[in-house]
Design a protein around this ligand. Structure first.
Ligand code: GAL
Length: 720
């Protein structure tokens, strides 16, 4: 009896070690010896809370996904050199294990450059200040740091047995991100760097394939993949690599000052079907759940706190219907024909103008067909076999046995649901006035001339004060002729509040396309010493562009005062004092302890429409499980905290400009095509995660930069 058991054990070990592999060929990713058509969706773990993860993953699974794709966020994991954080929203291992428990695979995009509308593209700000540093090129300090972090993540995954050959869910990784355009830009050092990155990654022996997205010359064995709204024309750089669509954009991000982009689901389904019928075998929705840029994690300039992305699961974790349901139906159809797709190449015929038929007919039996009508205006009648099919404009039908239409990309059967924001609570506020500092304050730093903002703040805060004094002689003509002098301030961005003698003189801001700004205004000055206090505010650090680490923030000048007896006085090179951050930040007013360290005004004394004001209140969690948000309409610009957790930047006073014309699902989509809410705030509602709340006594703190009405702030619940 004993011998057969032993043989069985040996046999099963051999089997599982042979089986537990991930490889690829020209048709598909091969998992445990089986080619797969994989449907994947991006869910970025720090953009929701660990309490939301199981439900999001379940909804992804119910939506017919096989894979969850996420970036790894270096600056979240290593906030200061060598000090790692894998807790809370950054508990990557927990996230991956939850995906595994749900029976799904993981595509881990380590980067560590991620782009992703994430602060500094995922790089820690300290990295910029490592001597000799130059990002994403053939630079020793950069390569050392990148390798160290990549190894850290790979080793963590290995130690937790998370790669597929170890029995884990990770079937693929990614090194770098969309490096092709940068390499094109910088030439030889870029080529050397990408070769190095590929070798370095490959050398880590994860046992699963690596991909490099949007990089045509990705060296073997890296798989080059496509990102975009459509990718049907893409072909990998070697005939033995599978055709993969790593980012199919389900919508687009929102910027403060811009409208809210949406993408019709019919067009998304069309892009998927068109890709699959052309021998594509992996599609990842970017994003499947976009979520929230909590705290100061939003990056790229002027990116809103909401990262909803019009994804199939909305920011709050609710189904975005009919998007979610229509894509689920598509996945069901694709699953039905998977055996045919993985074992045959398509035969293509052209029955008419703008029409194609793709047939997959494996020798082993079975048959699947795609009937396509690319015409953006007219529906088509198409005969295939003995049957006639009716195709709406810009649509593709899937026939699961080459006979029965199981799906058409434009025939939406999933129900549409409306979302509602219902008020569930208002607040009684107290206020605290953040004074404008002066150059004599002890915690300021005096220097000659103007300094770049990031260099001074190291991104410890969005805020940097530039402080100076201007002397006005009693002989100045403007004092009597009433022709006020004009102060002109040139800044590299992103927003600027100018105070003269503690009074707000004006606010200016840039935009994602043009972060630079100029303040130019006549100002009231008095005889003697005048205080100029300028609060320069960053709104997320650049996340994309060749050597974006060299982009400047803050006031770099020139600064001039025009209309004095002497003509124009140049203030650029005079002495400026600097103060990093707000007093309220230093005092941690966002926490219970900190907020009790100062006197707050109450009742009728509470500040209204006053710049530089902190507001605080406490509230109880509303009953139930519906997701919550703060309606910030009526407020200007600032930040929000709940129980010490940063909810994000708010800016409802930044109104959406752009084109919100009627939207049709037909014709080529781009991110400017189906915009909504022009003329409204770019972002009015701010997600409050339920798990951040206790039943009673939650501390809500708001810092308002330029003046708002706190009585308008309401807590709302989101329901369908
Ligand atoms: C891609 C990039 C993503 C994200 C996306 C826009 O080019 O790889 O990380 O930034 O654009 O949302």
């Amino acid at each position: 009896m004993k011998i057969p058991v032993l043989i069985l054990i040996v046999f099963s070990c051999v089997c599982s070690s042979i089986n537990a592999t991930v490889s690829y060929d020209d048709k598909a990713i091969i998992i445990n010896g089986k080619r797969r058509i994989l449907m994947s969706g991006s869910i970025h773990y720090p953009r929701s809370t660990p309490q939301m993860w199981p439900d999001l993953i379940k909804k992804a699974k119910d939506g017919g996904l096989d894979v969850i794709q996420t970036y790894v966020f270096w600056n979240g994991h290593e906030p200061s050199p060598g000090k790692y954080n894998f807790e809370g929203r950054y508990d990557l291992v927990k996230f991956i294990k939850l995906v595994q428990q749900a029976g799904l695979y993981v595509h881990l995009r380590i980067g560590p450059y991620v782009c992703a509308e994430w602060n500094f593209g995922g790089f820690p700000v300290w990295l910029k200040y490592v001597p000799g540093m130059s990002f994403r090129t053939d630079n020793e300090p950069f390569k050392i740091a990148m390798q160290r972090f990549t190894e850290k993540i790979v080793n963590l995954m290995k130690s937790e047995k998370l790669f597929e050959p170890q029995g884990g869910p990770i079937i693929m990784s990614q090194i770098e991100n969309e490096y092709g355009p940068v390499e094109w830009d910088i030439g030889a050092p870029g080529k050397a760097y990408s070769k190095w990155a590929a070798q370095m990654a490959d050398g880590l022996k994860t046992g699963v394939p690596w991909i490099m997205c949007k990089q045509e010359d990705a060296p073997d064995p890296m798989i080059d993949t496509c990102n975009g709204f459509y990718c049907e024309k893409f072909t990998p750089n070697k005939p033995y690599k599978p055709k993969m669509f790593t980012e199919l954009w389900t919508g687009w991000f929102t910027e403060f000052g811009g409208p809210i982009p949406t993408r019709p689901v019919q067009d998304i389904a069309y892009a998927v079907a068109r890709f699959i019928q052309n021998n594509g075998s992996f599609v990842n929705y970017y994003m499947y759940h976009g979520g929230t840029n909590f705290g100061r994690t939003a990056g790229g300039l002027f990116i809103t706190t909401s990262y909803d992305y019009d994804a199939p699961i909305d920011e709050y974790g609710l189904l975005n219907e009919p998007k979610w349901g229509h894509l689920r139906d598509l996945h069901t159809a694709i699953k039905l024909i998977e055996p045919a797709l993985v074992s045959a190449y398509p035969t293509v015929t052209y029955p008419g103008k703008n029409q194609e038929i793709h047939v997959f007919k494996p020798k082993s039996g079975g048959c699947a067909a795609f009937l396509s009508n690319y015409d953006p205006h007219f529906s088509a009648k198409m005969t295939f076999g003995n049957t006639q099919y009716q195709l709406p404009p810009w649509s593709i039908s899937i026939l699961h046995d080459c006979k029965t239409e199981v799906y058409n990309t434009a025939k939406v059967k999933a129900p549409t649901t409306q979302k509602k924001m219902t008020p569930v609570g208002q607040f009684k506020w107290q206020s605290y006035n953040e004074e404008t500092p002066s150059s004599e304050d002890r915690d300021t730093l005096a220097m000659k001339g103007l300094y770049e903002q990031l260099n001074v703040t190291r991104d410890a805060s969005d805020y940097l004060w530039y402080l100076a004094e201007v002397h006005i002689s009693p002989n100045e003509h403007f004092l009597t002729n009433g022709q006020l002098p004009v102060l002109t301030v040139m800044s590299a961005g992103h927003a600027l509040h100018v105070f003269i003698n503690n009074q707000l003189a004006g606010t200016v801001w840039g935009s994602l396309k043009n972060p630079k700004l100029t303040f130019s205004q006549s100002v009231k000055l008095r005889v003697g010493v005048n205080k100029i206090s300028m609060l320069s505010v960053s709104v997320g650090l650049a996340n994309v562009g060749t050597h974006f680490e060299t982009y400047n923030v803050g006031i770099l000048g020139p600064i001039t005062l025009k209309g004095l007896n002497e003509g124009t006085r140049d203030l650029t090179k005079q002495q400026w004092s600097y103060k990093v951050g707000l007093k309220g930040e230093t005092l941690s007013l966002d926490t219970l302890d900190g907020s009790s360290s100062v006197e707050w005004l109450q009742g009728s004394l509470v500040a209204q429409k006053q710049p530089l004001t902190w507001y605080k209140t406490t509230f109880n969690a509303p009953e139930g499980n519906d997701p919550l948000a703060l309606d910030m309409n009526g407020m200007g610009k600032g930040q929000i905290w709940i129980n010490g957790e940063g909810l994000g930047r708010y800016w409802p006073a930044n109104i959406a400009h752009g084109n919100c014309d009627k939207c049709s699902y037909t014709g080529i989509y781009n991110e400017n095509k189906c915009n909504r809410y022009c003329g409204d705030p770019s972002q009015r509602w701010y997600h409050v995660p339920r798990s951040w709340l206790r039943p009673t006594g939650n501390l809500l703190v708001v810092f308002e930069e330029w003046g708002g009405n706190p009585d308008w702030i309401t807590l709302v619940k989101r329901t369908t």
